[in-house]
Design a protein around this ligand. Structure first.
Ligand code: G4P
Ligand code: NA
Ligand code: NA
Length: 194
């Protein structure tokens, strides 16, 4: 009998599988936020990365912000969230990158102000989901543009079958996910964790 961790149990209890390999967790993470529960995940990220010299947490709007903040309270560092800007006008005061979203089939122009990301920063990247890895790759690009260091990547739900997490691990990034979905099937409603 498999033993499930906190997040895995929550996904099994409250998650629903949509067609197109999309897991809906709107009741506690992506729309309504179960703050006491997500706070526990923030504490887990702290335990996983507390030995690193984290100076800043970086995420991307919108769904990453809540979980990033609930992690940052433990590290006592600021949260910086990359913004999806509508235009492609190159503001001189920002680092910018492009992130392709497979889920929404569009390309987002994503920026952070040069004021808030600096050489010498030790960055923990936090996000709610990791699928193909485009969002995290974009955030890593922003960190490198600033001459800062990526200390680790903390993800709540990784869709392992989409390969983004393993590609990042192969490149040497310390990617830790609280739940990794290996397989899910909309018809039967089954979810298999790694
Ligand atoms: P990738 O960044 O890992 O390559 O994934 P992808 O392009 O497929 O994901 C695009 C958006 O969809 C991201 O949010 C990501 O967090 C989210 N996402 C991917 N797979 C799932 C899933 O199975 N379930 C849910 N609920 N979300 C998923 P975003 O576009 O940045 O939007 P926002 O919701 O953070 O504002
Ligand atoms: Na999202
Ligand atoms: Na996100």
């Amino acid at each position: 009998m498999a033993e499930y961790n906190l997040l895995q149990k929550k996904i099994l209890a409250d998650g629903t599988i949509k067609s197109g390999d999309v897991l809906k967790v709107d009741s506690f993470l992506n729309h309504q936020i179960d703050v006491p529960f997500i706070s526990k995940l923030g504490k887990e990220f702290y335990e996983l990365f507390k030995d690193r010299p984290i100076s800043k947490i970086l995420t991307i709007e919108a769904s990453g912000i809540g979980i990033a903040c609930l992690t940052a309270v433990h590290f006592r560092v600021p949260v910086l969230f990359a913004k999806k800007s509508a235009g492609s006008n190159m503001d001189k005061d920002v680092y910018s990158t492009e992130i392709r979203s497979f889920t929404h089939n569009k390309v987002n122009h994503v920026v952070v102000s040069k004021k808030y990301l600096n050489a010498g920063d030790h960055v923990l990247i936090i996000d709610d989901f990791l699928a193909n890895g485009c969002a995290v790759e974009g955030l890593i690009d922003l960190v490198h543009q600033a001459g800062a260091e990526v200390e680790g990547v903390g993800i709540a739900i990784e869709k392992g079958f989409q390969g983004g997490g393993d590609a990042l691990r192969k490149k040497g990034y310390d990617v830790k996910s609280l739940a990794i979905i290996e397989k899910m099937d909309a018809a039967s409603g089954t979810i298999v964790f790694r």
